[in-house]
Design a protein around this ligand. Sequence first.
Ligand code: DGY
Length: 319
Amino acid sequence: MSRVVVTGRIPEAALESLRAEHEVDAWDGTESIGREELLRRVAGADAIVSLLTERIDGELLDAAGPQLKVVANVAVGYDNIDVPACTERGVTATNTPGVLTDATADIALSLILMATRRLGEGERIIRSGESWKWGMFFLLGSSLQGKTLGIIGMGGIGQATARRAKAFGMEVVYQSRSEIDPDIAAELGARRVELDELLSVSDVVSVHCPYGPATHHLIGAEELAAMKDTAYLVNTARGPIVDEAALATALREGVIAGAGLDVFENEPQVHPELLVLDNVVLVPHLGSATVETRTAMAVLAADNALAVLNGQQPPTPIR
Ligand code: DGY
């Protein structure tokens, strides 16, 4: 029997499958486990099932000890894990691609609609008790039909967002490290372009690339200035891909029309200037937040941990 440390609360189905085979020490506090407590608990662990709020670095891997075999992240994004540090120590790192693709694309489309149709503003007016009535020019937004969606990062979530946008009558361009499957590109009518073209032709830019040194502040003041002043920016990937201070300035000065953010540069903090702007929709990292999706993510992470502990190839290793 191995010792599995789970760094936060996860759905019962995943805990059950871990408990069926191993001794499980799961943090069940409503607050995140603190760093000190985490360092203490991982000592002697054979597997760590980690949430994206926990930093898994060399210090933590060393605190766990040389018997540690696997870090199974309950997230597709793995910028919280120092993968080279895992590799150096012979620890397998895994993530949860695929199972949250639709849920995250749904949130991207929701943010696109909320931002372009000013739904947050409308809701705030009603809840404030302010008087309002239907008016020809009241809270006019912008239609999606015939407009261009620019997708940065055309992996599974980018493609799923493109598919939804196409159903809304949008054209799709994308920027990606590699060409996507030609059949999928044809189905979506999606054209691959360089980032500068994407920024200049898109009416909505949606960010779906992974976060790392190469994508830190990929969208900053210069990129925002390259967008149309009628365009919207949506980010459901990772906060630090967008320079939040530059975005706040661009939104305030009308450099772009609006934005929708599910992720933030210093989560859970949000840049104070964004909080007072009406042309940005702010939601608290809800991309994968459905019962079905979170269950599937946790079960996949558990399957990854179990496979490695049983000497098998995990379903979704980080490569
Ligand atoms: C992920 O899996 O990376 C998402 O951000 C979780 O919501």
